[in-house]
Design a protein around this ligand. Structure first.
Ligand code: SF4
Length: 373
């Protein structure tokens, strides 16, 4: 059980172990279980910080089975930080295509360059240095610092939240400021300071394969004897999470021009989803519209002569979900005998070459539907 006290704006957390078993025994049981049961994964059994960093970034928001082929492709093409730093942005984006959350790839590229220029090509070996790098938050910094350099700092990811919240039956939400502090402190108190790398991996593995979100396998759990949620059969009540996400609906109308076997694409700008990925000309609405309204919007774009009568063919409609957005996408086909006046950022490319550009999963679905890839 834990108790939270606030004195002079400072948090004090007291943990009371019900069990007569000392913490050191629990830590040992956890590590023994891990060494006997861990899954063999290509980024385990290495202390190379670059490989650990790459695997941790790929596995953010991504399941292992989906991330594994990307990890292998990426490491083959860019086996070192130096190779990654000297790569072209579009090569990196192309390899990342389909994995989503593209800012991860852009940040990795930026950080690789920083390591080459500011750290003489050597990955920083202390948590407080690693966390200053672009795209590396507390979790990833702790993973790299402990797995690669055995620094005694606890990782706190979704798996660790689940194990600790159940083990101590913690009612504090994991996503509030108080909750974040509480879990960071608990994880560090629970950490085996003599074997931080193995302990952290054991906690994450326990959360991933035993203390699962649904139907945890408590009878196979090495720390079940001391687990409060298990003893009260309340595993499903933890972890607590404050729900505050508001999902935005966006209505995207893509225009696939066809002019002498070519179509127009451009790289998406900063400040929105899919930055730097290639995309079609787009008109966006905040609601569902009729085709006539789209025609008017096309006229307002001044892409065509005012008297031009456009024939719009509906090519595909799809709903595409992102974390905070529902995209209602409609793809329109327009055949042309004269190029429209698009912004300078647009380039005209052979339709059959579209597959060589880094594009979003949504655009890829469209190309597949049109047998273009
Ligand atoms: S006993 Fe069950 S709920 Fe408790 S930590 Fe183990 S798997 Fe999770």
């Amino acid at each position: 059980m834990y108790k939270l006290e606030v004195k002079n704006d400072v948090f004090f957390i007291k943990i009371f172990h019900f069990s007569c078993k000392p913490l050191i025994m629990l830590q040992k049981e956890l590590i023994n279980w891990y060494l006997l049961n861990k899954r063999e994964l290509p980024w385990r059994n290495t202390s190379n910080p670059y490989i650990i960093w790459l695997s941790e970034i790929i596995l953010q928001q991504t399941r292992i089975q989906q991330g594994l082929p990307y990890f292998e492709k990426f490491l083959k093409k860019f086996p070192t930080i130096k190779k990654l730093a000297s790569a072209q942005n579009h090569e990196i984006m192309k390899l990342w295509q389909g994995l989503g959350y593209y800012s991860r790839a852009r940040n990795m590229h930026k950080t690789a360059k920083t390591i080459i220029s500011n750290h003489k090509g050597k990955f920083p070996d202390k948590y407080h240095e690693i966390i200053k790098l672009t795209g590396i938050g507390p979790y990833t910094a702790a993973a790299i610092a402990s797995f690669a350099f055995n620094e005694a700092v606890a990782v706190v990811d979704g798996n660790v939240h689940r194990v600790l919240s159940r083990y101590y039956a913690i009612n504090e939400s994991i996503n509030t400021a108080v909750g974040k502090k509480l879990f960071a402190q608990l994880a560090n108190d629970f950490l085996n300071k003599d074997a931080p790398a193995t302990h952290n991996q054991a906690m994450m593995e326990l959360g991933a394969v035993i203390c699962k979100p649904q139907n945890p396998l408590c009878n196979n759990c090495p720390i079940s004897k001391n687990c409060l949620a298990f003893s009260f059969k309340q595993q499903e009540l933890f972890p607590k999470k404050e729900i505050k996400l508001k999902v935005k609906n966006r209505y995207l109308h893509y225009i696939f021009f066809s002019f002498k076997g070519k179509t127009a694409i451009h790289q998406r700008p900063a400040g929105d989803i899919w930055q730097n990925l290639y995309d079609l000309p787009l008109i966006e609405f905040d609601r569902k519209i009729e085709t006539e309204e789209l025609r008017n919007a096309l006229k307002n774009e001044n892409w065509f002569k005012a008297d031009k009568k456009l024939k719009l063919y509906l090519a595909m409609q799809a709903k595409h979900k992102l974390t905070h957005q529902n995209l209602f996408a409609t793809f329109w086909f327009i055949a042309l005998n004269q190029k429209p006046k698009l912004e300078v950022a647009f380039i005209w490319v052979d339709k059959t070459d579209l597959k060589s550009y880094a594009i979003s999963r949504l655009f890829e679905k469209f190309l597949i539907s049109q047998n273009l890839i």
